[in-house]
Write a protein that binds this ligand. Structure first.
Ligand SMILES: Nc1ncnc2c1ncn2[C@@H]1O[C@H](COP(=O)(O)OP(=O)(O)OP(=O)(O)O)[C@@H](O)[C@H]1O
Length: 226
């Protein structure tokens, strides 16, 4: 078996007086869907943000494909996020001024891909997540479930190695949530992208291959041999 794609060890992070992480270990293997579970306020989102290079931990190490994420410059981390990572958040966070098609094409456009090529790929992804007819609409004119499908397409359009999903169905009813989870995990599995999925719902975590639990800022990953 090959080693993990992404490993965080002994991560600590404090915000003011709040110790959000106090010794969290986690590993992500290529292509796996990993659920990060735990009660509200336990540190799940902070852990995801650290692994994704959005938040810098106060101490601990993060290795992505053997590269030290903490030691990278901000510019290097931003470039890595653009080329290797995709993101889906609770409220799609689509750009309201852009059409759904332009939103999906955006990660490619930011990476320098020509408009025609980016939009052709974006169109394929919109069809893949069954909202091909919504390309010309703006996010404000689609439903919450449709918006999350667009967000899934945007997360996967750049062929990421890892998709970070923070409560991606948190704002949806259970039927829409189930559909979005199915589309996200099927799309990621067929693209061999790993998914780091923060959720406190067992029904959502049921779509994962493996689970870790964060409690009071700590997490233990049995896959990690220190
Ligand atoms: N930017 C921040 N500034 C101040 N405190 C923060 C910040 N981010 C997180 N925290 C605090 O750190 C702790 C862990 O928060 P975090 O969002 O990681 O937990 P969570 O498990 O994802 O919670 P939830 O399930 O409610 O989203 C909480 O006490 C939270 O208030």
């Amino acid at each position: 078996m090959t080693g993990p794609l992404l490993v965080g060890r002994d991560l600590h992070k404090t915000f003011g007086a709040t110790q959000a992480l106090r010794g969290a270990d986690v590993s992500v293997r290529a292509g796996e869907v990993l659920a990060v579970m735990g009660p509200s306020g336990s540190g799940k989102s902070t852990l995801l943000h650290c692994l994704a290079g959005i938040v810098t931990p106060d101490s601990g190490s993060i290795e992505y494909q053997g590269r030290d994420l903490v030691a990278m410059s901000d510019a290097e981390r931003s470039a890595l996020r653009r080329t290797d990572f995709g993101f889906v958040f609770q409220f799609g966070q689509l750009v309201p001024e852009l059409t759904c098609l332009e939103n999906v094409a955006l990660p490619l456009r930011l990476g320098g891909v020509k408009r025609k090529v980016a939009e052709a790929k974006a169109r394929q992804w919109l069809e893949r997540v069954e909202v091909g007819e919504l390309g010309a609409r703006r996010p404000g004119d689609v439903s919450g479930g449709q918006g999350q499908r667009v967000a899934v397409a945007r997360a996967l359009v750049g062929d990421p190695q890892v998709v970070f999903a923070d409560e991606p169905t948190g704002a949806l009813d259970s039927l829409n949530g189930e559909t979005v989870m199915q589309l996200l995990t099927e799309a990621a599995r067929s693209a061999n992208a790993a998914v780091v999925l923060v959720t406190h719902e067992a029904r959502v975590a049921a779509h994962s291959d493996r689970e870790i639990v964060v409690r009071d800022g700590t997490a233990t990953d049995r896959e990690l041999v220190s």
